[in-house]
Ligand binder design. Structure first.
Ligand code: PEP
Ligand code: MG
Length: 538
């Protein structure tokens, strides 16, 4: 498929490659966004990591020298990415070795753009797909209403393709060997993604058994959704509030459908990104108002603006930072822009009138930051009161615990707040000094680690000692293996992606607080996240 013509103009050929790389970058960012919505952060990071390869100096230089040597852009990019992938394959570190698949995936994407072709495995009707191998991006682009399952000759169970299939809910069996390709088109196949069983022309008995299992699983999901509106009480009667993380009115609707008892994290960024100037107070007011109206008297925890880091907005240009995650972001920006900060606070105070508004500040590192934020809140409130405007009355004010300094000094923060919401996504990246979107260090980013649990324990104890409550709103709150431990540590509220609520409530009902406490106490004394996950599974 790769053409063999020698280019007439080497500079034009390099420009053609650069344009294709740029287009690939755009495609990968959109794919990453789509997967973030459909699946989650870890899976979406995979495509951000792929996008990074596009600018890898070794890869780009190698491709450009190949063009200088008379190759066309397709040949040059193919040669360079194959060279890079082969180098990765030769390494002993398993994580780095597995990155070769991503390099080839990016390689293929750029070549397809250069050739103007598209290769999505998309059949006309419903089918089971058999392939030698599938790349993560081919898997991410699958339409699960058409691809009922897939099997591959190559690949391992921890490959990104397998992880993505699992997260997208597509049954898959990978690494089956060459005999897979002997199966003829049109054969009736039975694929069990849980056990890895693939049966061609299954007996009627086996088919019947599978029909029963499929039915049982869908009934379980149905019954989880049916009982999702009920509170989550442990077997011994302890109640945990289960609420949702949302970033739009649509998501708030979905949260209600799945039994959210409120919103535990409203990411207000949704209003600020994808525009060229900050939204004015009126725009903000009506957007917040429609969410409050939807939620009625249920609690809504709203986080003030959390941009910076990896969330760029075009109208704030603070120059390039060497370490954006450690730089000017979130509350640091708000405190430096009092007019914009107060405008958001006024919009929220007004929109929250008659509702259970709970306000929280993101990325708090010091007590001074909380006090300064509360001062602006006080000013915003006084300004509205002096005009006789209706506003949220008994509003709670809290902070996000995302930086170890806040967890370590939790007892000092308690008098300043009504609640804490622990953002375990950021807390984990800052505890392990491992950027959360960087696939190369993702093995360090498991929140179910004793180093994180000990910080959660500390925050809960400090808060409960003075009658305050604690929520967890990072991905960990919806992680089935982490939930029993969070219960046992005394966390009062779990805030998660709406779709995770029904099964999480079911899980909470299956545990007793006593057992959860026992397992949490054991977990605190283990050495690693793997040990903890093994303990919970056992
Ligand atoms: C977190 O850091 O855990 C969190 C919930 O905030 P975000 O994921 O929006 O950074
Ligand atoms: Mg965060």
């Amino acid at each position: 498929m790769i053409p063999e013509q020698t280019p007439a103009n080497l500079d034009a050929e390099k420009a053609r490659l650069a344009a294709a790389r740029q287009e690939a970058e755009g495609q990968l960012h959109s794919l990453s966004k789509q997967i973030l919505q459909q699946v989650g952060e870890a899976e979406s990071a995979l495509f951000e990591a792929q996008a990074m390869f596009l600018d890898d100096p070794v890869l780009v230089e190698k491709a450009e020298s190949a063009i200088d040597a008379g190759n066309n852009a397709e040949q040059a990019w193919h040669e360079a990415s194959e060279f890079f992938a082969a180098q990765l394959e030769g390494l002993t570190d398993e994580t780095l070795r597995s990155r070769s698949v991503d390099v080839r995936d990016v390689g293929r994407r750029v070549i397809e753009i250069l050739l103007g072709v598209e290769s999505r495995p998309m059949p006309a009707g419903q089918t089971i797909l058999l392939a030698r191998d599938l790349t993560p991006s081919q898997t991410a682009a699958m339409d699960s209403s058409k691809i009922l399952a897939f099997c591959t000759v190559e690949g391992g169970p921890t490959s990104h393709t397998a992880i993505l299939a699992n997260a997208l809910g597509i049954p898959a069996v990978v690494g089956m060997g060459n005999t897979l390709l002997d199966i003829e088109d049109g054969t009736v196949l039975l694929v069990d993604g849980t056990t890895g069983l693939v049966a061609s022309n299954p007996t009627p008995e086996l088919l019947a058994e599978f029909d029963k299992r499929i039915e049982a699983e869908s009934q379980q999901r149905e019954s989880e959704v049916e009982s999702a509106a009920q509170p989550a009480l442990t077997a011994d009667g302890h109640r945990v509030e289960v609420v949702a993380n949302v970033g739009s009115v649509d998501e708030a609707r979905k949260a209600l459908k799945y039994g959210a008892e409120g919103i535990g994290l409203l990411r207000t960024e949704f209003l600020f990104i994808n525009r060229n100037k900050p939204p004015d107070e009126k725009t903000q007011y009506s957007a917040y108002r429609s969410i409050f109206d939807l939620m009625g008297t249920r609690p809504v925890v709203v986080r003030t603006l959390d941009v910076g880091g990896d969330k760029d907005v075009p109208y704030y240009d603070f120059g390039k930072e060497a370490n954006p995650f450690l730089g000017f972001r979130a509350i640091r920006i708000s405190l430096d822009h009092p007019d914009e900060f107060k405008s958001q606070l006024r919009a929220l105070l007004r929109a929250g009138a008659g509702h259970d508004l709970r306000l929280m500040f993101p990325m708090i590192a010091t007590l001074d930051e909380v006090r300064a934020s509360k001062k602006f809140l006080h000013e915003a409130r006084s300004e509205l009161l002096s005009k006789g405007v209706a506003l949220a009355e008994k509003m709670q004010v809290g902070i996000m615990v995302e930086i170890p300094s806040a967890a370590l000094l939790a007892d000092k923060f308690v008098p300043e707040v009504d609640f804490f919401s622990i953002g375990t996504n950021d807390l984990t990246q800052y505890t392990f000094a491992a950027e959360r979107g960087n696939k190369r260090v993702s093995h360090l980013n498991d929140s179910c680690h004793p180093a994180i649990l000990r910080q959660i324990e500390r925050v809960v104890q400090a808060a409960h000692a003075q009658g305050k409550w604690v929520g967890v709103c990072g991905e960990m709150a919806g992680d089935a293996e982490a939930i029993p431990i969070l219960l046992g540590l005394g966390v009062d509220e779990l805030s998660m992606a709406p779709a995770r609520i029904p099964s999480s409530k079911r899980l909470i009902r299956e545990w007793s607080l006593i057992d959860a406490r026992t397992i949490a106490a054991q977990a605190l004394n283990l050495e690693s996240a793997e040990d903890i996950r093994r303990l919970v599974k056992a």
